[in-house]
Design a binder for this molecule. Structure first.
Ligand code: PA5
Ligand code: MN
Length: 163
């Protein structure tokens, strides 16, 4: 939880109470990182929030700039945030049977905005590589927060400070 959610105080309070819940898990079919091969993963994001911020995945760019990805929703309700290296942002809903295309060059993070687990499949070139550092440096430009019982995509106030 540390270093990812906006409310660092809430995170520290939870940790000091011994609360360190599992936020998400990823199961991957083992695959060699070779051109032409596809990798398949299944992500489970559990329902929950830190303050008003829904649980989400860490998020990454692909190391290989030309590598795109497809997500297929299986269970639950989510939002995918996408962000290019120049700061262009997009977001899309992911629900069962929805197919989301993640364009090359866009970092991606998935947020569970529902009351039950969010489950989706991911299919991507097995040599795509994962670059977590670049997006961790700037953060995502958008946050997904609960407001009046519904999810809202809002500007991340910390993003402009760091970018
Ligand atoms: O390939 C993907 O993009 C997904 O399988 C993600 O890796 C998964 O959802 C977990 O997110 P992250 O890798 O950002 O922790
Ligand atoms: Mn990916």
């Amino acid at each position: 939880m540390r270093g990812l959610f906006k409310d660092e105080m809430v995170v520290e309070e939870k940790l000091s109470r011994g609360e360190d819940p599992k936020i998400y898990e990823v199961y991957e079919v083992p695959q060699q990182p070779l051109s032409g091969l596809l990798s398949l993963g299944c992500t489970f994001i559990y329902p929950g929030k830190v303050g008003d911020e829904y649980y989400f995945t860490k998020g990454h760019f692909h190391e290989k700039e030309g590598a795109s990805e497809v997500y297929i929703g299986l269970e639950g309700e989510g939002i995918i945030l996408m962000q290019s290296r120049s700061g262009e942002t997009r977001h899309l809903k992911i629900t069962p049977n929805v197919v989301v295309y993640i364009s090359p060059g866009f970092a991606h993070r998935t947020i569970n905005v529902g009351a039950s687990r969010l489950v989706f499949l991911s299919i991507y070139p097995s040599d795509a590589g994962h670059d977590y550092e670049s997006i961790a440096e700037t953060g995502f430009a958008k946050l997904v927060l609960e407001s009046g019982g519904s999810p809202m995509v809002v500007d991340n106030p910390s993003y402009s400070e760091r970018a």
